[in-house]
Design a binder for this molecule. Structure first.
Ligand code: ZN
Length: 489
């Protein structure tokens, strides 16, 4: 079965067939840099990262572009509130984006265009729209005349008659209502207000509207027609509808072959969104949960379905990640087996086929994950055999492809365990004879408890914890800098 993707534009699953064989050009709408991104945004970034990784796994060369909106009313508002500049706010949250996205193991894009670096491309596009009578200037602003574009509404399925005034996008405010010829028209260029950053233009000093940025950045970075354009479901209308209207009116070509949109994260049965104020910042969540547990939480639902954000669901994901991580940790022991090879690409083809079949069906990650969990179970069982019996049940020739498949598929899903630090690594003797009943995280937790006892000058408790660990074969070393290191004896 070929890879099929649900295309919002055609409202059905379609076989994936890129414009240029073997190559994929993909664009994902990025953040507006005025805050840390929320878990709803994180779902989109994680999901489309997985789509990208899967395309790479299937042999495609992917060029992946994600933008930063670094000029916007919200950024200006924040700058005003914090007595700083728009640039300072944008830089801060772009840097924060990378910190959080890196922790979620999201691959870096091939390019991160910014609105303020794309002013030429934006102005050129507006010019072309004006020449073709799709845009009109009005008192320093420029608007897109949606009635000129016959296909307007084809992505979202909305009819122009049904669209209400003010529905045309977040750059529009009441004050420009009298400048528009039609309430559904939307701004391509906004006249600068006093004190606001602005760029010179034939229409007067001003700044770009939100939608035109993406049309210009797609064109500059990827060309007139791309393979996949993706984002959260809330971007379908007006943002992506407007991108299509802008780009296709000028080029006469489809902006994107496949439009992918992920579902919402629900909070107490309601859609999570900034406008409802019930959103959770990814950064805050990651103080409680391992980034990989959150990644797993996202992948446990098919990307178009809504996810319920509850503590139970996150705890379940954290447990799931623990299971996968434990299976991963056995890998460090398998390497001690005779004839274990560290450079082999032998995979278990039957398992790979089952994984691919799930992913080919519109990226069905829950089914794909069930394949990965089966492998984790097998590897943990074999690892336990090795620890307790001195050798696994399977032969190295049988075990190796299972292990290789497990790590490869985890990589496709972007689920990665941090490298185990040298302190606390299991020695080869332990591998064959020892007992691994105390996990690394349990040791770290006990050390933390002991640290607190010491701060409270509760030396008895501190000693008790040290002795307890010693009895399990774990030695603590208190360093001069106050940090306690440990190793297994
Ligand atoms: Zn966009």
């Amino acid at each position: 079965m070929p890879l099929t993707l649900y295309n919002t534009l055609t409202r059905r699953k379609e076989p994936f067939d890129p414009i240029e064989p073997g190559k994929v050009r993909m664009y994902v709408c990025g953040i507006t840099a005025y805050n840390y991104f929320h878990v709803g945004n994180a779902r989109a970034f994680v999901m489309f990262d997985v789509v990208r990784r899967y395309l790479m796994w299937r042999g495609y060369t992917v060029r992946y572009v994600q933008n930063f909106t670094d000029i916007d009313d919200k950024i200006l508002k924040r700058a005003l509130a914090e007595h700083t500049t728009m640039e300072a706010i944008a830089e801060k949250y772009i840097a924060a984006y990378f910190e959080d996205a890196d922790r979620l193991n999201i691959l870096r894009a091939d390019a991160y265009p910014r609105a303020t670096h794309t002013i030429d491309g934006i102005q050129r596009l507006i010019h072309e729209l004006e020449d073709r009578h799709y845009a009109y200037a009005a008192d320093g602003d420029v608007y897109y005349a949606v009635r000129q574009f016959a296909d307007y509404g084809k992505l979202s399925g909305r009819k122009l008659e049904e669209m209400q005034a003010g529905a045309s996008g977040r750059v529009d405010v009441e004050e420009d209502a009298d400048k528009k010829k039609d309430p559904a028209d939307f701004a391509l260029w906004k006249a600068a207000k006093p004190g606001e950053p602005s760029w010179k233009s034939p229409w007067g000093a001003g700044r770009p509207g939100w939608h035109i940025e993406c049309s210009a950045m797609v064109r500059d970075e990827l060309g007139e027609s791309i393979d996949i354009h993706a984002g959260g479901m809330d971007l379908t209308f007006p943002h992506h509808e407007n991108e299509i209207a802008q780009s296709e009116a000028v080029t006469g070509k489809p902006l994107a072959r496949y439009w992918l949109h992920n579902g919402f994260i629900n909070m107490d049965g309601e859609k999570m969104s900034k406008s409802l104020g019930n959103f959770r910042l990814t950064r805050d969540l990651l103080t409680t949960y391992d980034p990989m547990a959150f990644r797993l939480f996202v992948l446990q639902a098919q990307y178009r379905k809504p996810i319920d954000f509850t503590a139970d669901a996150l705890d379940a994901a954290a447990n799931g990640w623990k299971t996968l991580k434990e299976a991963l940790q056995f890998g460090t022991q398998f390497t001690a087996l005779p004839r274990w090879s560290t450079d082999t690409d032998a995979l278990d083809q039957g398992t790979v086929d089952r994984f691919n079949e799930a992913m080919d069906d519109d990226i069905n990650t829950p089914i794909a994950l069930s394949v990965v969990f089966e492998l984790a179970k097998l590897l943990s069982r074999e690892g336990n055999q090795l620890v307790h019996q001195g050798k696994p049940d399977l032969s190295v020739d049988q075990l190796q492809p299972q292990w290789q498949t497990f790590t490869s598929l985890l990589n496709v899903l972007g689920l990665e365990a941090k490298p185990v630090s040298l302190v606390g690594t299991i020695s080869q003797e332990t591998v064959l004879t020892g007992d691994l009943t105390v996990s690394d995280s349990a040791i770290e937790a006990l050390i933390q408890q002991r640290q607190e006892a010491r701060q409270a000058k509760n030396w008895a408790e501190s000693d008790r914890i040290r002795n307890e660990l010693q009895a399990q074969g774990i030695t603590l070393i208190d360093q001069k800098d106050g940090v306690t290191r440990w190793h297994r004896n």
